[in-house]
Design a protein. Structure first.
Length: 376
């Protein structure tokens, strides 16, 4: 299962008992017209060339884009009869596409998968994980509005998965990391604690994966508590800055830092708010403090590079970007910033090389494509 097409490339065909395809369709209901997938909306269709694969592809398109179709229950049943392992196949194909950063194709496959098994908790969780990953990809490419939209979809599917009965431990474990990335540490801690409660009977399990997850959950709960990250001022600061209300966010994070001056995450948040206000020197000082306190992440070094670029310290900006690249060698945001730095220094050939590298890693990166198009 490679992809799903749009509804305008479908034709609906009534199959008669004497049709050559009838013997390939188990338990067929001849009164229900079947969706047939053409290669494109304009493609010619010859009924004599009809195959079971064209019908399966048509059903997947309906499941992805027309779940209100009155015949969906029958189409699901027919698809399962034709391809008993269809759910596993779709899931594996969608995950494969996502891992290869073919996100548009993966999204269509996940849509078809949800149309086929809308109440399956594993399907809902995998959808949440997909949108979580898609948001990270958008953010790396500097497409922040698209990233926020994917985060919103991820949250919607995590919420559905968290409400499943019976509860699934892995849902809570993965959702906890999502909420931690959103700086909602109170919710993250609650999910980790629920995971530990649900797996309490497996505390001495021989399953190494479960033991690892339990230890990781305990470690992060302890870290959240020791850094006082559940403080409402920390979450409020993140929310204000995310919504473009930087001054309010800075007020909150400064209050937090008065009580927790050794929390590197808070210094990073302070730097982020200051950088968004173009207070480059102040932001640089905050990010340097975050680095000093143990926050030497790729994001921290990338942010420092931006501050250095804006204050004309190009040599230090490059050093920070190379440090970031050592930590995350395939981060297109960092590589793209190396391109922008090269442009600032008047090295167009080097800049083009960096932007081409970005597009090799992510052919959908609009910013790199636009910058490359401007260069001779």
């Amino acid at each position: 299962m490679d992809s799903v097409h749009s509804l305008d490339s479908l034709v609906f065909l009534s199959i008669t008992p004497d049709a050559h395809i009838a013997s390939h369709l188990p338990d067929i209901d001849f009164s229900v017209p079947l969706p047939v997938q053409k290669t494109s909306a304009d493609a010619r269709f010859d009924p004599s060339e009809l195959t079971a694969e064209m019908i399966m592809a048509g059903i997947l398109t309906v499941l992805a884009y027309d779940t209100g179709n009155e015949h969906v229950p029958y189409y699901r049943k027919l698809l399962e009869a034709m391809r008993p392992n269809i759910k596993q196949e779709l899931c594996e194909a969608a995950i494969f596409k996502a891992r290869n950063e073919e996100f548009a194709a993966a999204e269509e496959l996940f849509q078809a998968l949800r149309g086929y098994a809308p109440d399956d908790t594993a399907v809902i969780l995998n959808t949440a994980l997909f949108y979580d990953e898609y948001a990270d990809s958008y953010r790396q490419s500097g497409l922040y509005e698209d990233a926020d939209a994917s985060d919103a979809l991820a949250h919607e599917y995590y919420r559905k998965a968290l409400a499943a009965e019976p509860p699934v431990p892995d849902v809570f474990f993965n959702a906890a990391f999502f909420y931690a990335k959103q700086r909602n540490f109170s919710r993250a801690r609650g999910c980790f604690e629920t995971y530990l409660a649900l797996t309490a009977a497996d505390a001495d399990s021989a399953d190494e994966n479960i033991r690892y997850k339990r230890e990781r959950a305990k470690e992060i709960i302890s870290d959240i508590a020791s850094r006082d990250l559940e403080d409402e001022r920390f979450k409020a600061a993140f929310d204000f800055i995310s919504m473009g209300q930087e001054e309010k966010g800075l007020e909150q994070i400064k209050l937090f830092l008065e009580k927790n001056p050794q929390v590197w995450n808070a210094w990073f948040l302070l730097g982020w708010g200051l950088r968004r206000l173009c207070r480059w020197s102040d932001a640089r000082a905050a990010f340097e403090k975050a680095d000093e306190l143990g926050g030497g992440t790729a994001d921290t070094y990338n942010e420092l590079s931006i501050c250095c670029m804006e204050t004309g310290d190009f040599a230090q900006a490059r050093r920070y970007l190379l440090q970031a690249l050592e930590l995350e060698g395939d981060n297109t945001k960092i590589i793209s910033n190396l391109g922008f730095l090269a442009l600032r220094q008047g090295n167009k050939a080097e800049a083009a090389g960096f932007f081409r590298t970005v597009l090799e890693l992510d052919p959908q990166d609009k910013i790199a494509a636009a910058e490359l198009a401007k260069l001779p």
